[in-house]
Write a protein that binds this ligand. Structure first.
Ligand code: HEM
Ligand SMILES: [Mg+2]
Length: 277
């Protein structure tokens, strides 16, 4: 399935087709002053969320290091400057904008706000546990037990790829269903989980092939650090809508996913749904 049609699952009515607009880019302008972006661990008062990508960008100062008062513009600049994601990629714009629904603020959010279940945060994550209906569970912090499924995938190889990413999605879902039989597992969650897999493969590895070294991916998740000292370099290839759509589609095809009950839904505010009457 093409990314443009998958995007329609993120609309409230699930019916509006999205067209993909690509911007042209001046690669000469893609210079990053890395000395201004050294990794620093967050302090106790800094905000961090369920997204290893945005947490990493905050830990390197591409986003405010305190993880607070984050605007859509800041997110789009940071994902470009830190990882070379194309700012014209609609799904990333949608994600950055959906973040605003996780808070009652008008134009900014904190990274921890993004853990609001049902807006962007979903069940069966790769590195975090679920939040359960009674409010127990931690969907915010890195969890080594949860992460072990991805960490130990593709045995005998030193890389992760689209095949192992698809198998990992299936294994995480199967394991999570034992612990959380009522988890939400519609096409929305499947799409978001698959695109997040394309994020770690493309940001930490070769975005065209969808292959990333295990060591680099593991540092990214466990330490929320760009593994520059271990040989990581920012992708020299602009990571576009087309590239992400291709990786996501291939991961979905290689997965044995089947839908759970229910219709895709998106939580519109921290207080729950908005009634329009
Ligand atoms: C564009 C704005 C973005 C927003 C608002 C956002 C937000 C989120 C949220 C709320 C989650 C938690 C979902 C869950 O696991 O329950 C998540 C997961 C994830 N994000 Fe982001 N994200 C963004 C961009 C990125 C980028 C650029 C990367 C690049 C590496 C990235 C990598 C990931 C990965 C790998 C996961 C899966 C974590 C897991 O399953 O444990 N994200 N993101
Ligand atoms: Mg989650």
């Amino acid at each position: 399935m093409k990314l443009a049609s998958l995007l329609s699952f993120l609309t409230l009515a699930c019916v509006v087709p999205a067209t993909v607009a690509q911007k042209s880019h001046n690669h000469q302008a893609d210079q990053v002053n890395w000395s201004a972006h050294e990794w620093q661990a967050p302090t106790a008062t800094d905000s961090r969320g369920p997204c290893p990508g945005l947490n990493t960008l905050a830990n390197h100062g591409f986003l405010p290091r305190n993880g607070k008062n984050i605007t859509v513009d800041m997110v789009m600049d940071a994902i470009h400057d830190g990882f070379n994601f194309d700012k014209g990629t609609l799904i990333l714009r949608v994600a950055a904008k959906l973040g605003l629904l996780t808070t009652d603020e008008i134009d900014n959010y904190m990274l921890e706000d993004l853990a609001l279940h049902g807006t962007l945060e979903h069940d069966a994550s790769l590195s975090r546990s679920d939040i359960f209906p009674d409010g127990s569970g931690d969907n915010l912090h890195f969890n080594e037990t949860v992460f072990s499924t991805l960490a130990n995938s593709n045995p005998g190889s030193d890389v992760y790829n689209i095949t192992s990413a698809a198998a990992t999605l299936d294994q995480r879902l199967a394991l999570d269903m034992i612990e959380h039989p009522d988890l939400t597992n519609t096409i929305k969650e499947f799409f978001v989980r698959a695109i997040e897999s394309s994020f770690y493969l493309s940001a930490m590895g070769d975005p065209i092939k969808g292959v990333a070294k295990k060591e680099l991916v593991q540092i990214f998740f466990r330490e929320e650090r760009l593994p520059i000292a271990e040989g990581w370099v920012r992708s020299p290839v602009l990571i576009t809508n087309e590239i992400l759509g291709n990786l996501t589609g291939r991961i979905q095809e290689l997965s044995n996913w089947t839908s759970g009950p229910g219709c895709p839904w998106i939580r519109l505010q921290p207080e729950g749904d908005v009634s329009i009457v």
